[in-house]
Each structure stands twice: as structure tokens, then as C-alpha cells.
Design a protein around this ligand. Structure first.
Ligand code: 13P
Ligand code: ZN
Ligand code: NA
Length: 283
């Protein structure tokens, strides 16, 4: 059974750590995240963008994640990351996924609220938790591309109204992070995060964590961040290790060989992010 993220994030909020959410793409990425979480006793969220579910297939991903939860006897959340279409979310929740992000952050405020509200009504009836975003991150996450000119930070007062009127379980905030890597170190608006925390009592979510220094993430956790999203750093570790292996073994053709170093490289990143989030031993 794939659980919702409601209790997981509430526990993180109560105990002052964050749950890392790793973007997964296939069998191997799920295996790595699940086995590292089990080894370190860490709660984790497995996240997939619409593109990932298109690539791997919803039923495949649900089955693989359920198998991982059973094998390691750990609670696992499979999450819908940056989903924009309500019908799509409904179909996937009905297929057994109990954690969804409805991203209407590109919409005007009232439209964002209306879309999120509707998804919350459905999801809560199904026992699924809902994350939504106010403000907008720059950068690229899969098909989602936001140029710097359209990125804007979360307004703390609007955030309070947004949470109240939508009934969401967690709020994704824009405080200066971006999807993908950074050309220069990101400058995060910690004062804004503190102001949001004062207005909002539900768990807060940090997107775009790849490339953010550990000290900054830790500071964010101290200011109310309970979920930290990591995608790009995992992809790079996986791809670089595979390229290096194939470069030095040009005749290799067995995926059970060239995927092993790729998985090991990803495992290192997963373990480091679990430590960064202080979620180890919290299961
Ligand atoms: P990064 O690719 O910067 O890690 O962002 C991940 C993310 O926010 C997924 O929703
Ligand atoms: Zn994101
Ligand atoms: Na990033």
C-alpha cells in the first residue's frame, strides 16, 4: 500500500526534520531510493512528473513501488510531482497513488485557488494528500519551463489566505530556489520563509533543492520546510557514472553491468540528501 504524505510530513514538522522527495524514473531509481531509505531508516517520498508516468507507465510505477515497500517493510509514498491536470490526477489517484501536487502556480490567484480546491475535495475523499504552490520557481523541471522573468516569490499574506481557502496539506514556496542547477549560488530569502511560517501552520515544501548548499537547506528546515525535492543531482550522478563506465568499457552491452555503477552513484546522492534532511533514523 502506498501511503499519503500527510502523516509523514506532520511527523517531520513535529520533530524538526524534512522528508526528502526524490524524482524517480524507472525500476533502478526506485530500487536505489527504497534500499537506501531502508538501510538508513529514513522516510522518503518517490516523486514522478507527468513525463515520468508517461515514460514508465502508471501501473508499472505503482507496482514497482508497492513491491519495494513490501520487500523492505517500509512505508513509501509515491507522489505526483508538478501535475497540472485534474482529470490526470484523478486517474492516478484511482490507480493507487495517495499523494499529489496540483501545480496551478502559473494561474492567477483566484484561478489557482479554484483548481486546487477542486483537487483537494477529490483527493481527501480518496485519502490522498495534496501539495500546491504559490509563487513560482524559475528553471526547468521536465516539460515545465519557467524563465527568470516569470519566476516570482511567495507572498506570505497571500499564502495564509491560499492555505485557508484551499484546505491543502502542504504548501510549496518560492523563496529563491530554481529547478535544475545554478550558474551562481542561489540567494534564498530566509526572512520571507520565516514570514510565511508565521502565517501558515501546515508543512512547507522546498522545490529545486539540487545545487542548494546543505547549510541553506538546513536553515530552511529550521524555518519550517518539511519536504525537500531533489531531481537534477540524481539524474546527473546516474548519467555521469553510466557514461564513465561505457567510456571505459566500450564493448559493454549488459544493462546489469552498466547500470550497477550508475545505481551506486545515485545511492551516494540519496544518502547525502537523507543526511542533509536529518531524516535518517526517523522511520
Ligand atoms: P531540482 O531538479 O533542482 O532538484 O528540483 C527538483 C524539484 O523541485 C522537483 O519537483
Ligand atoms: Zn519542483
Ligand atoms: Na535546483
Amino acid at each position: 500500500y502506498l501511503i499519503s504524505s500527510h502523516e509523514m510530513l506532520k511527523d517531520a514538522q513535529r520533530r524538526g526534520y524534512a522528508v526528502p522527495a526524490f524524482n524517480i524514473h524507472n525500476l533502478e531509481t526506485v530500487q536505489v531510493v527504497a534500499r537506501t531509505a531502508a538501510r538508513m531508516g529514513s522516510p522518503v517520498i518517490l516523486a514522478g512528473t507527468p513525463g515520468t508516468y508517461r515514460h514508465a507507465g502508471v501501473e508499472y510505477l505503482v507496482s514497482i513501488c508497492q513491491a519495494a515497500a513490501q520487500q523492505y517493510r517500509i512505508p513509501l509514498v509515491l507522489h505526483l510531482d508538478h501535475h497540472e491536470d485534474e482529470q490526470d490526477i484523478r486517474r492516478k489517484v484511482e490507480a493507487g497513488i495517495h499523494s499529489a501536487m496540483i501545480d496551478a502556480s502559473h494561474c492567477p490567484f483566484e484561478e489557482n485557488i479554484a483548481k486546487v480546491r477542486s483537487v483537494v475535495t477529490f483527493c481527501h475523499r480518496m485519502g490522498a494528500s495534496v501539495e500546491a504552490e504559490l509563487g513560482q520557481l524559475g528553471g526547468q523541471e521536465d516539460d515545465l519551463v519557467v524563465d527568470a522573468g516569470h519566476a516570482h516569490l511567495t507572498d506570505p499574506l497571500k499564502a495564509a489566505e491560499f492555505v485557508l481557502r484551499t484546505g491543502i496539506d502542504s504548501l510549496a514556496v518560492a523563496i529563491g530556489t530554481a529547478h535544475g542547477l545554478y550558474k551562481e549560488e542561489p540567494r534564498l530569502d530566509f526572512a520571507r520563509l520565516a514570514a510565511i511560517r508565521q502565517q501558515v501552520d501546515i508543512p512547507l515544501v522546498l522545490h529545486g533543492a539540487s545545487g542548494v548548499p546543505e547549510a541553506d537547506v538546513r536553515r530552511c528546515i529550521g524555518l519550517g520546510i518539511c519536504k525537500v525535492n531533489v531531481a537534477t543531482e540524481l539524474k546527473i550522478a546516474f548519467a555521469d557514472a553510466m557514461k564513465a563506465f561505457l567510456g571505459s568499457h566500450p564493448d559493454a552491452s549488459d544493462p546489469r553491468q552498466y547500470l550497477v555503477p550508475a545505481m551506486a552513484a545515485m545511492e551516494e546522492v540519496v544518502a547525502a540528501k537523507i543526511c542533509m534532511c536529518m531524516s535518517d533514523g526517523k522511520l
